[in-house]
Design a protein around this ligand. Sequence first.
Ligand code: AMP
Length: 117
Amino acid sequence: MAAETIFSKIIRREAPADIVYQDDLVTAFRDIHPQAPVHILIVPNKAIPTVNDVQPADEAALGRLFSVAGKLAHEMGIAEDGYRLLVNCNRHGGQVVYHLHMHLLGGRPLGPMLLRP
Ligand code: AMP
């Protein structure tokens, strides 16, 4: 059993969040510290800590992350201009919350993918 994070409480609606989508496999809510005009987190309802922990049985939920990202991008009016989907893993990836999540970022030009050192 993976250790729970705040995201599990958000999924169960036990912690406050601006949930924009939820179904049987995934939940999407606005990031509390948005880095762009649109910054949504899309998370599997199952608490998978990192990409390293993904199992074949998780493929339906992880595929759903992409279909929901595209749907929300259309609904939020950023599909045509474009957006970025980001998944961080562990320390070097900059992961802070250990419940796998996809960032959907858009609403302005996002610049180069990585900051140069
Ligand atoms: P990461 O660095 O990929 O683990 O990103 C974690 C993200 O979760 C950050 O962008 C945080 O701002 C966001 N976050 C942390 N706690 C909350 C919360 N309670 N509600 C919404 N977003 C959160």
